[in-house]
Design a binder for this molecule. Structure first.
Ligand code: GLN
Length: 266
């Protein structure tokens, strides 16, 4: 991958030209990148981009590296919105980071309107650039804010998606673990990993439309506790489900708000 990056040629070309001499400049750059990678720096930070749900996204050290597990959240949100959402769904991505969730949902659902929130101004710069590159900027409103605190929302959302920090502070890893190079503000979830989700869920019942759904990424050891928090926040007004990722680990908590049924007592 690093050789593809420094040479500008794809893997097939590199395999077919295995005996070619690389230019001096490319070799110097490759040596530097290999040294960085050896220290543990994620590939995405070295090449400045990562693939996610079939698209390329700019990535800097101000944002979390996109993970394939988050594609599972995308699939769940898309299935829900295509089946149960209105033609022009209002979606909120809280803690958007590089913007992968907001931009992917906006691209996959061309009539959706998305609000993307992040506390980090540097992350928002990256997210806005990704939205522009994928021609989704006009349908995404970027907001700087601490979860839902900074703005008042006139109408509730049909879908709220979030991949908030959920690593327990005591479990944050040091280098050479690749996460040591990622922003702490994107990973550290407090003593039990749920500090941010707790605050998010406290505000969410009023912001999720009847019949709408939340999709929250979690870790296998926090998903059950997050589901319990969601259950407590929404009470009988929502159903809570835990979905597993393709490694069969609990990964996404879904909060499905009950629809309003006119004239029928629940
Ligand atoms: N999946 C990430 C990890 O385990 C954590 C992402 C997050 O905290 N939102 O490193």
């Amino acid at each position: 991958m690093l050789l593809e990056y420094v040479s500008g040629h794809d893997r097939a070309w590199l395999l077919a030209h295995g005996n070619d001499e690389a230019p001096e400049r490319a070799r110097t750059l490759l040596d530097r990148l290999v040294a960085e990678r050896t220290r543990g720096v994620p590939i995405a930070y070295l090449t400045g981009s990562a693939g996610f749900y079939g698209r390329r996204f700019d990535v800097t050290r101000d944002v979390l590296v996109p993970r394939p597990e988050t594609e599972h959240l995308i699939e769940l949100a898309l299935a829900f919105l295509r089946e149960c959402g209105p033609p022009e769904p209002r979606i909120c991505d809280v803690g958007t980071g590089s913007g992968i969730i907001a931009v992917t949902l906006a691209c996959e659902l061309p009539r959706a309107h998305v609000v993307a929130i992040d506390v980090s101004p540097a992350a928002l710069v990256v997210a806005e650039r990704n939205a522009r590159v994928h021609a989704a900027g006009a349908r995404i409103a970027f907001q700087r804010g601490d979860l839902f605190e900074a703005a008042a929302y006139a109408e509730p959302f049909h879908c709220i998606a979030a991949n908030l920090p959920y690593v327990r502070n005591a479990e944050l890893k040091a280098a050479p673990d690749s996460t040591a190079f990622e922003p702490r503000v994107a990973l550290a979830g407090g003593p039990d990993g749920l500090a941010l989700y707790r605050r998010l869920l406290a505000r969410s019942p009023g912001l999720l439309a009847a019949g709408g759904a939340m999709f929250l990424e979690a870790g296998p050891d926090t998903a059950d506790a997050l589901a319990a928090l969601a259950g407590a926040a929404f009470g009988v007004s929502a159903r809570v489900l835990v979905h597993r990722d393709y490694a069969a680990r609990e990964r996404v908590v879904e909060v499905r708000a009950r629809p309003l049924t006119k004239g029928v007592l629940p």
